[in-house]
Design a protein. Structure first.
Length: 424
């Protein structure tokens, strides 16, 4: 033992270094194990993150243009360059087609529908601003003391006319009776006629009256006049005025007149189109699909809310129609509130009562569909008492006759506003 202790003392540095060396091995193992676990964890997290980034699923789809045709879809697939390029090209092509359709619809909607007074919309300027609004008022005044209103001109454009004037017809038949009676006047001034001759005269007068009805029916295309519009009252549209307003109408009121005029012109244009033959000539009543327009009215004004509550008779309203002249596009793409259920279109509801030939009813529906996006949403059919109408001077010609009511007109979204602003 003393020899060992002596050796240790003589070789102290060797002993110390050996002891340190033996202690380093477990410490190094512990430290290296910790490093290894940390490196392994970092690598594992990186690998997991990289894997997740590579394993992303995406959904590819084109546009659904037709609500009845589902879009082409590839849901839940990994990103793929070729698939991405395919759908990009497909969507670009669809967008180009949609732009073509929109441009065609815009042109179709604008055609022949400019403002009645140039420079009135969207805001007249200059010294003649009030004069333009007064001129707009003049266009809608109707009555024998005024030039034909714009609505009377529309009726003339489709060769519409009232029944034959009862006073003129009565005078013609009285003259016929007097001439026939004078031929049988005796020397003493008395009219000598047998019962058979009186019956023949009565039959001749009846036939003459029918001939006049037939002649008049062949001169016009459809029975219609200003009486088809509702009388001026609180909740009736369009407005038909027997005289001028008591002051300068507001610009917003002028816009309502303009919008009503566009809607009425579309409906009458459809009637005129239906009553046109293959040669482009207007047919006579006896050959026309639409034989009579009994009533034409809007079930609501362009602005349903304020108009029904205020309904000013003079141009003194400050905010009336402001939504129309200054649309709020937060509500919808047209900026106007015309339907609580439709923010894509300006909608005007039209109740139309017409007398039509039963076998030509599809031709009338086709004409409506071809005119500025008019859509028939509801119809009521009823038989017409032809005898009663004939006694009133309405000669329809042969065939079964029906009366139908209720159609709805759609104006393409945003185009009313755009054609007003562009025209100015």
């Amino acid at each position: 033992m003393s020899n060992l202790i002596g050796w240790v003392k003589a070789n102290m540095w060797i002993v110390i270094l050996s002891t340190i060396a033996l202690a380093v091995y477990p410490a190094a193992w512990a430290v290296s194990s910790g490093w290894n676990n940390r490196i392994r964890g970092d690598l594992q997290r990186k690998v997991t993150s990289d894997y997740q980034s590579v394993d992303v699923k995406v959904a590819y789809s084109d546009f659904q243009i037709d609500p009845n045709v589902p879009p082409v879809e590839m849901p839940g697939v990994a990103p793929n360059t070729r698939i991405t390029e395919y759908f990009r090209a497909r969507r670009d092509k669809q967008l180009a087609q949609l732009q073509e359709v929109i441009a065609a619809a815009d042109e179709f909607n604008r055609r022949g529908r400019g403002p009645l007074i140039e420079g009135l919309f969207p805001e007249p300027t200059g010294e003649d601003a009030d004069l333009k609004r007064l001129a707009m008022n003049e266009l809608f005044v109707t009555g024998p003391a005024h030039p034909p209103s714009v609505y009377e001109q529309l009726l003339a454009s489709i060769n519409a006319g009232p029944v034959i004037d009862p006073a003129e017809l009565a005078a013609l038949l009285v003259d016929l009776r007097e001439r026939e009676s004078a031929a049988r006047e005796a020397s003493d001034g008395q009219i000598v006629m047998t019962p058979e001759e009186r019956d023949l005269l009565d039959e001749k007068i009846i036939n003459s009256r029918m001939a006049e009805y037939r002649r008049h029916a062949n001169e016009i295309s459809v029975y219609a006049d200003m009486r088809m519009f509702p009388k001026l009252q609180r909740n009736s549209w369009p407005e038909i005025w027997p005289d001028r307003l008591g002051g300068v109408p507001t610009l917003s009121r002028c816009f309502l007149w303009q919008h009503d005029y566009w809607a009425v012109s579309d409906v009458l244009e459809a009637v005129g189109r239906a009553n046109t033959d293959v040669n482009g000539e207007q047919t006579a009543v006896t050959q026309s699909p639409v034989k009579r327009i009994a009533s034409l009215r809007f079930t609501a004004p362009l602005v349903p809310g304020w108009y029904q509550s205020k309904y000013p008779l003079a141009g003194s309203v400050q905010d009336a129609g402001a939504q129309q002249m200054h649309p709020d596009y937060a509500y919808g793409i047209t900026g106007r509130f015309t339907s609580p259920d439709n923010r894509l279109y300006d909608v005007r509801h039209v109740e139309l009562e017409v007398v039509v030939a039963a076998e030509k009813l599809p031709r009338f529906f086709d004409a409506l569909a071809q005119t500025n996006f008019i859509t028939v949403t509801d119809i009521d059919l009823k038989a017409v008492d032809v005898t009663t109408d004939l006694e009133r001077g309405l000669f329809y010609g042969p065939g079964m006759i029906w009366a139908i009511v209720r159609t709805r007109k759609f104006t393409l979204s945003g185009l009313v506003e755009s054609r007003v602003t562009s025209a100015s």
